[in-house]
Design a protein around this ligand. Structure first.
Ligand SMILES: NC(=O)c1ccc[n+]([C@@H]2O[C@H](COP(=O)([O-])OP(=O)(O)OC[C@H]3O[C@@H](n4cnc5c(N)ncnc54)[C@H](OP(=O)(O)O)[C@@H]3O)[C@@H](O)[C@H]2O)c1
Length: 247
């Protein structure tokens, strides 16, 4: 039986999640890679000697399957599955897209956390990291559905820290600003590559998935008594949500 510490990363099939799975594996963790696209997570798990578990965080049965595959002991949980769907003023926003964003970024996080808390507790020293966003700290035009959901991620994180105080579980949020991942903006704009590219146009150096993975891994590997409550990480070119240097 493996003696490696165990980590679960949701949304491990692309972007920040995949990079985090690789970074944690490089630190010696046995990483359980969870997402809906099985081909991608199976390939990743083979590469890092981890385990692929097909999981839709919006489906209770699927999340129960993840918990079953993880087993009795878990050291690190990275609730990363999430995203933005659509971009529209409140006046013309799509209610289904708002519901879908709340379901994956907030309720999904709650489902996975509920299912895995017993194993985190049983480890005797666990770290739970939720991937929030600077969208959970600011408002921007046409972004209310996503910013509302990511404010939810932040507040659930803060609540969990209060509820779990005294237990051997640290609770953190890593909140990135602009990260140039392949799919995030493509998903947001329903596959419109030109609109997705425009988000990063002229930005000299946006963050890459590996930068955020590095931050998450740092949070996950502090000594047991050190809780990083929240870590906001932005590219140098982004001074604020609206203030982005472009060349
Ligand atoms: N990119 C940015 O600028 C940025 C900035 C701040 C915060 N974030 C946050 O960082 C996280 C990762 O974003 P990213 O940039 O890496 O985007 P991404 O490449 O689109 O990754 C999203 C991941 O979430 C998974 N996912 C989506 N719905 C899911 C569901 N119902 N069940 C399980 N997995 C699901 C996707 O996998 P499957 O489709 O295979 O299920 C994918 O692996 C998200 O929470 C996002 O909100 C991103």
């Amino acid at each position: 039986m493996s003696t490696r510490r165990v980590a679960v990363v949701t949304g491990a099939s692309s972007g920040i999640g995949a990079a985090t799975a690789r970074a944690l594996a490089a630190q010696g963790f046995r990483v359980v890679c969870a997402a809906r696209r099985t081909d991608r997570i199976e390939q990743l798990a083979a590469e890092i000697d981890g385990l692929a578990v097909a999981c839709d965080v919006t489906d209770a049965e699927s999340v129960a399957g993840l918990a079953g595959a993880v087993g009795d002991i878990l050291h690190v949980l990275v609730n990363n599955a999430g995203g933005a769907f659509g971009s529209a003023p409140v006046e013309s926003a799509d209610a289904e897209q708002w519901q879908a964003m709340y379901d994956v970024n907030v309720v999904g996080l709650m489902r996975v956390t509920q299912a895995l808390l017993p194993a985190l507790r049983a480890s005797g020293d666990a770290v739970l990291i939720n991937v929030g966003s600077t969208a959970g700290r600011n408002a921007y035009e046409t972004g209310a559905g996503y910013t509302a959901a990511k404010h939810g991620t932040k507040v659930v994180t803060q609540t969990l820290r209060l509820e779990l105080v005294g237990e051997p579980i640290r609770v953190s949020e890593v909140a990135p600003g602009m990260v140039h991942t392949e799919e995030f903006s493509l998903v947001r704009f329903g596959g419109d590559q030109a609109k997705a590219d425009a988000v990063y146009a002229g930005v000299p150096d946006p963050l890459m998935a590996e930068d955020v993975a590095d931050a998450i891994t740092w949070v996950a590997t502090r000594p047991a008594h050190v809780n990083i409550d929240e870590l906001v990480i932005k590219p140098r070119a982004q001074a604020a949500q609206h203030k982005v240097h472009r060349v």
